[in-house]
Design a protein around this ligand. Structure first.
Ligand code: NAD
Length: 227
């Protein structure tokens, strides 16, 4: 069912790789609610994944952009405003990647070049998106920017590895940039702490089954507590 909640709104969605991606589901839902969207992902992901199929389904285009590359982000915002016919109302940052997780490096034996990459892709890219948008004045007043986080930003989930550090930084960027952009232009910047979900990025985390199990038991306990 659609309530046209986003009728007339213009959005940019980062991170839809395949139908399991959280960004994929958000894009489908936002489209259903009447939003006009630009879909974006890295040029490699666009070639290898199914991002183009999503854009076709939603009757829009894909603009390739590596979110760690400021020139790509500049081009993305400028082209998106041209294509959508005005400033952007909402942005979803649904991006995460850790070479240390991929290569199964233990948290006490991190490769620091990999760590740099983890932090750049999974956290600093959020700052780059916000800084680029603000310099271009690309987001409407009262616009909304959301990034996806995880509870490991605040509590110890050792299997989540250096992604926990990235999420802590991501949340800090949301607070610090939110203070500036919110006061200046009323642009709201938030993170949502996603529960474990079977996706390409999610399933790569060591002990993912245990995280899923923990989340399910935690929710059940809260439901009992709230009754
Ligand atoms: N799946 C979970 O259990 C879970 C839990 C909490 C938070 N999250 C977060 O949700 C977000 C989305 O992940 P997902 O689970 O949908 O997995 P996913 O693998 O489908 O999405 C990750 C996306 O990041 C993109 N990406 C990687 N490097 C990029 C770069 N340099 N520039 C632009 N895009 C890049 C990938 O191409 C991919 O589309 C991530 O931030 C992830 O950390 C996921």
């Amino acid at each position: 069912m659609s309530n046209n909640l986003l009728k007339g709104k213009k959005g940019i969605i980062f991170g839809a790789l395949n139908p399991d991606s959280i960004a994929w589901k958000v894009a489908e839902r936002a489209h259903k609610e009447g939003a006009s969207l630009i879909i974006t992902n890295t040029p490699v992901a666009v070639r290898m994944g199914e991002t183009n199929a999503l854009a076709e389904k939603l009757n829009t285009i894909v603009i390739g952009a590596d979110a760690t590359n400021v020139d790509d982000l500049n081009n993305l915002f400028i082209q998106s405003m041209e294509k959508l016919g005005g400033k952007i109302d909402f942005v979803l940052h649904s991006i995460g990647m850790s070479p240390n997780v991929r290569k199964e490096r233990h948290y006490s034996d991190l490769d620091y070049n990999y760590l740099d990459k983890t932090l750049d892709v999974s956290a600093v890219s959020f700052h780059k998106v916000l800084q680029t948008a603000r310099k271009l004045d690309a987001i409407n007043e009262w616009g909304s920017v959301v990034a996806l986080s995880y509870v490991a930003a605040q509590r110890t989930f050792f299997g989540y590895n250096d992604m926990a550090d990235a999420k802590a930084l991501l949340e800090s960027i949301a607070r610090s940039f939110g203070y500036i952009y919110g006061r200046e232009r009323r642009v709201r910047i938030n993170t949502i702490s996603q529960s474990p979900t079977v996706t390409t990025a999610g399933s790569g985390v060591k002990g993912f089954d245990r995280l899923l199990d923990f989340a399910e038991r935690d929710v059940a306990a809260w439901k009992r507590y709230c009754r």
